[in-house]
Design a binder for this molecule. Structure first.
Ligand SMILES: [Zn+2]
Ligand SMILES: [Zn+2]
Length: 185
């Protein structure tokens, strides 16, 4: 996913990029771990413009992914997308650090400044885009916020109907009662 810096003029540049999943090894690793399957490609829409010596890339990255619902175990597709603003520069700007006595010769890294360094005339967005998408993945995916999940006793998908199992708390009370009787004997 390359941006040619020479093509970025004062007015800026609008780009729509698309890249197969094979260009994003970390997404491949996630898919292999089984947490979700990506349904490629990765698409990116960005506005690129020059700001002083820096190149600002602003836009959205998306990829479709297939998850297994944590409650009902049904598979579902979800579009993962992330809005981002990335600032690239060839060299770090000189920053005067006011020594407050706490830090010993503190030096700001590119990361501290929210900048990404690049060489030459091209910017490769792939790594940053990959990072953005990984951060946008849901931690505990559910097919729907209202998903009722499976009955813990008979395993029925409660989104499709109701089962005849007694409510769980009644069962717990009965179990407690049974223990009580055993002790009395
Ligand atoms: Zn579900
Ligand atoms: Zn049930």
């Amino acid at each position: 996913m390359l941006i040619s810096v020479d093509e970025v003029k004062e007015a800026g540049l609008l780009l729509e990029l698309e890249e197969p999943l094979t260009a994003f090894p970390v997404l491949g690793e996630i898919a292999q771990s089984g947490s979700c399957q990506f349904v490629g490609p990765v698409t990116v829409e960005v506005k690129v413009f020059l700001a002083h010596e820096m190149v600002e890339v602003e836009g959205q990255a998306s990829v479709r992914a297939n998850f297994t619902c944590g409650r009902c175990l049904q598979e579902f597709d979800l579009d993962i997308s992330s809005d981002f603003v990335l600032t690239y520069c060839r060299e770090l700007p000189h920053v005067e650090i006011v020594d407050d006595g706490d830090d010993e010769g503190a030096e700001l890294s590119a990361e501290d400044m929210g900048l990404i360094l690049f060489d030459g005339d091209e910017i490769d967005l792939s790594e940053s885009i990959q990072e953005q998408l990984v951060m946008a993945l849901p931690n505990s995916p559910v097919c729907d916020e209202k998903c009722k999940g499976l009955c813990s006793q008979c395993g029925m998908d409660l989104n499709t109907g109701t089962c005849d199992c007694p409510p769980q708390d009644i069962n717990l009370k009965m179990a407690a009662l049974k223990d009580f009787k055993v002790k009395k004997r």
